[in-house]
Design a protein around this ligand. Sequence first.
Ligand code: G3P
Ligand code: MG
Length: 262
Amino acid sequence: MNHAVPWPYPRLLAHRGGGTLAPENTVAAIGVGREHGYRGIEFDAMLAADDVPVLIHDDTLERTTSGHGDVATLTSTELGRLDAGSWHSAAFSGEPVPMFEAAVRYCRAHDIWINIEIKPAPGAAARTGDAVARATARLYADLVRPGADAAVNIEPRVPLFSSFEREALAAARQAAPDIPRGYLLDRVPPDWQAQLLELGCVALHTNHRHLTRAVAQQIKGAGYWLFCYTVNEPARAAELFAWGVDAMCTDRIDLIAPERAT
Ligand code: G3P
Ligand code: MG
């Protein structure tokens, strides 16, 4: 890691597109985030049965769609016909499960930066990392810089991958080595730096609830970027920024103004 390189992306991200104000991981949610001034979002990408990436968080359909069963058993066409909005509110009724490509194209068209969380269904980590990375590389082919697998050479419009799954990150690295990666960890383990080195990650993403000032300072002192999820109280966001946290995502885009970080 290069100690001199500041986080080049937006510092406040709308979690799952639009936080609690819209149905998660939909294009409508990204639009709501945008209406609230958010220029950066986090979303979750998973594979359909035909290996096409779509936006969805759970590996089952019941909570956020009109479908039933496992996401991985339906093709992208079938998933695209489901209603992913009604569970949230009638205003979003009929909002579809978006194809990853369509969501990324929407973001690019509106200058929205993305933290792409690679969210594999059980047993599909490597396949998901590979497919999402290939699709991203294709969609940003004009911007990806060869040799950008280091903070010093990062193009700030290109997404940052993150994942809890090591295999997914390794596959993404293999498929698109020039797109940077962050390792997602609920709690920061003592050997975090060795793990980041092994995965070639430039950032550590972690649950803010378990983060301490001392650990934040260690990570920043070692020259890594530090990202927190999911911060929903303005006072906590301010505290984390004061500790040196680079960026965070929030569900409360109505409470935390994106310009706080600038
Ligand atoms: O990427 C940060 C955060 O989204 C991780 O947790 O479960 O909301 O995807 P989850
Ligand atoms: Mg996520």
